[in-house]
Design a protein around this ligand. Sequence first.
Ligand code: FES
Length: 179
Amino acid sequence: MPSTSVQSAPNAKPVQGTSKSPKAEGDRRFKKIDITMKRNQYRSDALIEVLHVAQEAFGYLEEDTLTYIARGLKLPLSRVYGVATFYHLFSLKPNGAHTCVVCMGTACYVKGGGKVVAALEKELGIEVGSTTEDDQVSLMAARCLGACGIAPAVVFDGSIAGKVEPEAAIAKIRAWQSS
Ligand code: FES
């Protein structure tokens, strides 16, 4: 019987030494990602191709998927978010014209990430994980973007910003809305 090298991804690097995404186990869509990363020898320059495959498989890119890819390609999650939110062909769920991803990992939370989220939720009148009614802004939360040194970190349309105060985040959102 031929060996199925991607079954449970025993040789795949994405889950090596890190906690497995519960979704990744047994999900054939993640196997497609595994196969693509493996074919590219887990090179970081395969990121866009891997994101394509992931989006085709899932229809959109959500946090677990991006985390999985970041681990596999040994890239900071902030970079993967940056690319995924920069190119319009990729969509995070939900999909507004602008995307704001606030890190809610431990370091960022301690440094005020929660306050940034709360301020943005109030400003936009939506909950994190959703999009404004006019489809202008999607507000997302991430775990650790791999940029803890600049906590709290926020990715505004693909550009990471550090030490973000709630007022500055609101100003950025208002600038989007008035442009
Ligand atoms: S906890 Fe936010 S970047 Fe690490």
